[in-house]
Write a protein that binds this ligand. Structure first.
Ligand SMILES: Nc1ncnc2c1ncn2[C@@H]1O[C@H](COP(=O)(O)OP(=O)(O)OP(=O)(O)O)[C@@H](O)[C@H]1O
Ligand SMILES: [Mg+2]
Length: 411
């Protein structure tokens, strides 16, 4: 006895169609297929037409959802639309996945590229030339739209490895093909020095930027293809007195960096204090990285730092998060280093970077030669550790920092 493929009803249907469907199923399925196909087509037409990632992600989601529903019919042997739903799902899932990697801007470029090649075969069916052109345009202006992630490397304690970490984390990220800008925000100008630039040779420094005497773009010095820096000068020491008088001066750095594009990461090397300069860095940054030496009093200092970060979050920069704490200058042979690291891990959990920076003389030497560790001794422990740290920073950057902050508040 004939049977409807969809509702499985058996009977001698007068109206059993060629597709072996009873009349009511035939009608219901045709309407659904037409509706879903319409939604898919209209989403494909607008996909990539907007620069806003969220919108493009939603278009992909709708295409995938409707194609999934159509797949159910196809699995029962009821042919649906061309191109086939499974092909649509595969192609648009790839595009969607690339689009949601929010914090890695070049992934958007990649996603648009994959949207472009996914759409190309459907150009004739859906006549989407206009959309394809729009995607092309968006991709060409995209580098200009790259807004950098700004990280402040802070710790009020001196000599814990802020400058060494800023230089070598920056160099590691640059080696991983990220565009990096370092800012020497310390009047000691150790970063400027450590990258082989003499203060006396400088026309402009970060101090002139804060005073609005020059645009930050005109002060940037290229270190290598992917890494540049803004130098500092001992003059910057004047800023504590000069800028502390007015509360709005907390935003001098933030305002100076407004509109800065073309970098993936900006790393700010802060001075060993919690004055106006550090507050400026915290106001401008999206996240902080805390270099910490494994000493007994380290946890005490961290609590004070957390109070400052909480204050900034409450009053100045609501978005501020913590990327992580770097354990620096670690010597595995020292019992107290092992004990303190264990204790810090216990209290701070995942907030501590998995990568530990070992004590390594090459790191100290490299700055005296004005070189990064990757230039000076690429095979040293220092280079290995900072490369691992750079990879971890990129990974962490994609994780929601809310979890970290919750852990910190319980320290
Ligand atoms: N992992 C390491 N192994 C050996 N020496 C290191 C390491 N990290 C940093 N140093 C050395 O320790 C000293 C202090 O480091 P660094 O200048 O980076 O600290 P800092 O926190 O920036 O200091 P400050 O607070 O004065 O700005 C420097 O001489 C540096 O070369
Ligand atoms: Mg320093």
């Amino acid at each position: 006895m004939p049977q409807c493929k969809w509702c499985s009803k058996k009977g001698f249907f007068l109206s059993l169609s060629k597709k072996s469907l009873c009349k009511s199923c035939q009608l219901m399925i045709e309407t659904k297929i037409n509706n879903h196909a319409r939604v898919i087509k209209s989403n494909i037409k607008v996909l990539g037409a907007s620069e806003e990632k969220e919108k493009n992600i939603n278009h992909c989601d709708e295409i995938i959802e409707k194609a999934r529903e159509l797949l159910r019919y196809e699995k029962k042997g009821i042919s649906t639309i061309d191109p086939s739903p499974s092909k649509l799902i595969k192609e648009f899932t790839t595009t969607h996945d690339k689009l949601i990697i929010k914090s890695v801007p070049e992934k958007v470029n990649e996603a648009l590229l994959s949207a472009e090649s996914a759409l190309l075969p459907y150009n004739e069916i859906y006549s989407i030339n206009e959309v394809l052109n729009k995607i092309k345009t968006v991709r060409t202006v995209l580098p200009e739209l790259l807004v950098p992630k700004i990280f402040a490397l802070i710790n009020q304690k001196g000599g814990v490895g802020k400058t060494t970490s800023t230089i070598n984390l920056g160099a590691g990220l640059a080696k991983l093909k990220k565009k990096v800008l370092l800012i020497d925000f310390d009047p000691q100008a150790n970063l400027t020095d450590g990258l082989g630039t003499e203060e006396k040779d400088l026309k402009y420094t970060i101090y002139n930027i804060l005073k609005s005497e020059v645009n930050c773009k005109n002060v940037i010095i290229n270190n290598n293809e992917n890494m540049s820096f803004i130098p500092s000068h001992v003059f910057l020491a004047k800023s504590e007195k000069e800028f502390s008088r007015e509360a709005r001066n907390i935003f001098l750095l933030k305002n100076a960096l407004k509109g800065l594009t073309g970098y993936d990461y900006v790393l700010i090397d802060c001075p060993p204090s919690l004055g106006i300069l550090t507050l400026n860095a915290l106001a401008a940054a999206q996240s902080v990285i805390i270099p910490l030496q494994p000493e007994y009093y380290a946890l005490k200092g961290i609590r004070k730092l957390m109070d400052i970060i909480d204050f900034v979050k409450g009053k100045i920069n609501r978005r501020l998060t913590i990327v992580g704490i770097i354990c620096t200058r670690y010597d595995n042979r020292k019992i107290h280093h092992r004990e303190v690291l264990g204790k810090i891990r216990e209290s701070l959990g995942d907030s501590i970077f998995y990568t530990v920076i070992r004590e390594n003389i090459s790191l100290a030497e490299s700055s005296s030669f004005g070189q990064t560790i990757f230039e000076y001794k690429p095979k040293s422990h220092g280079a290995e550790d900072y490369m691992n740290l750079s990879k971890e920073v990129i990974e962490r950057n994609t994780i929601n920092n809310k979890k970290n902050n919750k852990e910190f508040s319980s320290v």
